[in-house]
Design a protein around this ligand. Structure first.
Ligand code: TRP
Length: 343
């Protein structure tokens, strides 16, 4: 993972950024601190393509009647967090048809053996043995197409996507060797200090889109729900000795506080912990209020955007147009080096 403050441009010298967001489930605090915050920072001084991965979601056969509302929600929530469709191209994968063409060419360079070894594929096979379709197998090829289509060098993603990124690099290199140099090597990117794994409230793992909703804080949760979830967060009766080591679940609560509370608030509870005089009930009440101050403006803004279908349509159209310009430039080069330019 690259961790410098600024994107310095890789061997090809570009600073093109691309990432995809699956339109499944409500966004939560972990999505914000793990990904969205990086997008917002990157959009300021780079050419950014942020995409809703609706085609990827088809691999698991969702009810397509819910696609539109899921796509709308992802758009609205990201914009409410600060993603700016005037700065970045914010678009829907299915609206950029060049994706399918590049996916087809890359499929010829992707081998069955390596695709079958992909961790995410093996997980899906285990979870849904009745639906092991070819789209699922070639999921990483489609993802590589998304990235390479814009000849992006930087891909802000979490750790779980590193294998897919490595595969995208392999496909890019194979293409370059076979046909000619078109693609830079994309690399996973994260501003080091903002790479935060937001823990779940029950002390097991991290916040998740699908598992254990009561242990995850969603950007759509109302104030009472936020209070309720935080009051239920796992604690104990407190340290009995001064300067004790914090158990994991207490460490987690302090981590959450560090994300949304004022530094002196955190410091004062740290001091109480170290004095063995901390009252977790008070801490949780304080954290709930600070969390509400953080989440509720985002929730309200997202609701406003969601109710404005005309605006959402404009965002998608504008984003798709920007993405198509970049995609068409790349595909012209791709067809040329492949010898698919017959006249
Ligand atoms: N596979 C990614 C995920 O599950 C989503 C994704 C699709 C993506 N296309 C991408 C991420 C391109 C980065 C770049 O989160």
């Amino acid at each position: 993972m690259k961790d410098s403050q600024e994107l310095s441009g890789n061997v090809t010298g570009n600073k093109i950024v691309m990432s995809g967001i699956r339109p499944t489930g409500f966004l939560h605090l972990g999505n914000y601190f793990g990904a969205i915050r990086n997008y917002i920072r990157m959009q300021e001084s780079n050419e950014c393509y942020f995409m809703v991965a609706d085609l990827h979601s088809l691999t698991t056969h969702p009810d397509t009647k819910s696609l539109k509302s899921n796509v709308h929600r992802v758009l609205a929530e990201n914009i409410a967090c600060g993603l700016d469709p005037d700065k970045a191209a914010f678009f829907c994968q299915s609206q950029v048809y060049e994706t399918a063409e590049l996916y087809l060419y890359l499929n010829m360079l992707a081998y069955k053996g390596e695709l079958e070894k992909t961790v995410t594929f093996k997980d899906k096979v285990r979870q849904h043995p009745e639906n092991v379709n070819a789209g699922l197998l070639t999921y990483p090829v489609l993802q590589a197409a998304d990235i390479l289509l814009h000849r992006a060098s930087f891909v802000p993603v979490g750790k779980d996507q590193e294998q897919h990124l490595e595969m995208a690099r392999n496909f890019a290199n194979r293409f370059n060797h076979r046909y000619g140099d078109v693609f830079p090597e994309p690399q996973a990117f994260n501003f080091n200090e903002t790479l935060v794994k937001v823990p779940s409230l029950d002390g097991t793992g991290k916040m998740s889109k699908s598992e254990n909703a009561m242990a995850t804080l969603y950007l759509a949760d109302d104030d009472d729900m936020i209070r309720k979830k935080l009051m239920k967060a796992k604690t104990d009766s407190g340290p009995t000795e001064k300067n004790s080591v914090k158990p994991d679940y207490i460490e987690n609560i302090f981590l959450l506080m560090g994300l949304v509370s004022a530094p002196d608030t955190v410091a004062s509870y740290e001091a109480d912990f170290n004095n063995a005089s901390i009252r977790y009930g008070d801490l949780k009440k304080q954290l709930a209020e600070d969390m509400i101050r953080f989440i509720s403006p985002i929730r309200q803004k997202a609701a406003d955007i969601l109710s404005n279908e005309k605006y959402l349509a404009e965002v998608m159209e504008k984003g798709a147009q920007k993405a198509r310009v970049s995609a068409q430039k790349t595909m012209k080069l791709v067809r040329e080096v492949m010898g698919l330019n017959y006249y």
